[in-house]
Design a protein around this ligand. Structure first.
Ligand SMILES: NC(=O)c1ccc[n+]([C@@H]2O[C@H](COP(=O)([O-])OP(=O)(O)OC[C@H]3O[C@@H](n4cnc5c(N)ncnc54)[C@H](O)[C@@H]3O)[C@@H](O)[C@H]2O)c1
Length: 320
C-alpha cells in the first residue's frame, strides 16, 4: 500500500532536479503522475521533450503509471491542456505540485526587462495558470456533488522568504508564491482543497548557479555519509502534503537534508505609538527605537547565506 494510492498528480518541471524526484517518489507511493516539463535551459530558453519522457519511461519501468506533458506552465492554454491531460488520461486530478522554475540572476542595476519578465512568467504566472485550471476543475466537482480531497504544493524559496543578493526577480516571484499559497489556502478550503508551499535546499543545476550555494552543494566524498544536498530529501514532505488525510493548509515549509520546519512568515515586531497622528519630527525622534536589537537587513551578506550556513551547521555538514 502506498501513501498516494489512487491519487492522480500533476508535477510541473518534473523532468529534472527536485521535480523528477517528486515524480519518482509519487509513483512509488502509488500515484498516477503527469510529468510536465518543457525541457528548457536554466534560463528558460529552448525546449526538449526528452527530460519529461525519460522520467515517464523510468516510472513505467518500475511498474508505475505516468504520462508526459511538455506545455509551458506560464502559458494559459498550455496550463489548461496540462490539467486536461490528467483528467483525460487518468480520469481525475487530486494533486498539483507547482515546481517548474528558471533563473536569470543579475544585480538590480543591470537587470533587463526580459530577465525580470521571464522569471516572473515561469515562477509566478507559472504557479497561477495550472492552479487556476485545477481549482476550477475541483469547484466543478464539488458543484456536481462529489467530495474533493485535493492538495496543491507550491515551490517558494529562501531567496524570497529571506532575500538573496542578485535575485530581485527570483526572490520577488518566490515571495509572491508564498503569498499566493496563503490566499489559495483561504479561498479553496471550501472546495476541499489544501494549499501549502515548500522552500527547499538541494543540489540541482539551479543551485550550482545560485550565489552562495555553489560552494556547498557537492556530494559527500564518503558515499556512506548522508547526502544533505540530495534533491530526493525534499520529496517525502511534498508527498506527505499531498496525501488525502494531511491536516496542513496554508503552511510554508523549510525542507532540506534531514530537516522539515514551518516558516513563521511576516510577523509584526516592535511598535512605537504616539498620542495622535505622527509628525515627521516625532518619527525622527522615536522611529529609530524600532531598529534596536535588529540585524542589519541592508548589509551585503545575504540572509539566505546565513540561513544556509546555520542549516549546514545543524546538519554537521560544513565542508572542511
Ligand atoms: N535547488 C534548490 O536548492 C532550490 C531552492 C529553492 C527553490 N527551488 C525551486 O525548486 C524548483 C525546482 O528547481 P530545481 O532546483 O529542481 O531546478 P531544475 O532546473 O533541475 O528543474 C526545473 C525544471 O523546470 C523545468 N521548467 C522550466 N521552465 C518551465 C516551464 N515554463 N514549463 C514547464 N517546465 C519548466 C525545467 O525544464 C527543469 O527541468 C524551482 O521552482 C526552484 O526555483 C530550488
Amino acid at each position: 500500500m502506498g501513501a498516494l494510492d489512487g491519487r492522480v498528480a500533476i508535477i510541473t518541471g518534473a523532468g529534472r532536479g527536485i521535480g523528477r524526484e517528486h515524480a519518482l517518489l509519487f509513483a512509488s507511493e502509488g500515484a498516477k503522475v503527469v510529468v510536465n516539463d518543457l525541457g528548457g535551459d536554466i534560463d528558460g530558453t529552448g525546449e526538449d521533450r526528452a527530460p519529461a519522457q525519460l522520467v515517464v519511461d523510468e516510472i513505467r519501468e518500475m511498474g508505475g503509471e505516468a504520462v508526459a506533458n511538455v506545455d509551458s506552465v506560464a502559458d494559459w492554454e498550455g496550463a489548461q491542456r496540462l490539467v486536461n491531460t490528467a483528467i483525460e488520461t487518468f480520469g481525475d486530478l487530486h494533486v498539483l505540485v507547482n515546481n517548474a522554475g528558471i533563473l536569470r540572476d543579475r544585480v538590480l542595476v543591470n537587470m533587463t526587462e526580459a530577465e525580470w519578465d521571464a522569471v516572473m512568467a515561469v515562477h509566478l504566472k507559472g504557479h497561477f495558470c495550472p492552479t487556476r485550471f485545477a481549482a476550477a476543475y475541483w469547484r466543478e466537482q464539488v458543484k456536481a456533488g462529489k467530495e474533493v480531497k485535493a492538495a496543491i504544493v507550491n515551490t517558494s524559496s529562501g531567496a524570497g522568504l529571506l532575500g538573496n543578493f542578485g535575485q530581485t526577480n527570483y526572490g520577488a516571484a518566490k515571495a509572491g508564491i508564498a503569498a499566493f499559497t496563503i490566499i489559495c489556502a483561504m479561498e479553496l478550503a471550501r472546495y476541499g482543497v489544501r494549499a501549502n508551499a515548500i522552500a527547499p535546499l538541494a543540489r540541482t543545476r539551479l543551485t550550482l548557479q545560485t550565489p552562495g550555494m555553489d560552494q556547498v552543494v557537492a556530494e559527500p566524498e564518503d558515499a556512506s555519509r548522508f547526502d544533505v544536498w540530495n534533491p530526493a530529501n525534499v520529496s517525502p514532505l511534498v508527498a506527505y502534503l499531498s496525501t488525502e488525510g494531511c491536516p496542513f493548509n496554508g503552511g510554508v515549509f523549510h525542507v532540506a537534508g534531514t530537516e522539515v520546519g514551518l516558516f513563521q512568515g511576516w510577523t509584526l515586531g516592535d511598535v512605537v505609538r504616539s498620542d495622535d497622528r505622527w509628525t515627521v519630527g516625532a518619527l525622527q525622534a522615536e522611529a529609530p527605537k524600532l531598529l534596536e536589537g535588529r540585524p542589519e537587513v541592508a548589509s551585503a551578506g545575504t540572509l539566505l547565506d546565513q540561513f544556509t550556513t546555520e542549516f549546514l551547521t545543524r546538519q554537521g555538514a560544513l565542508p572542511g
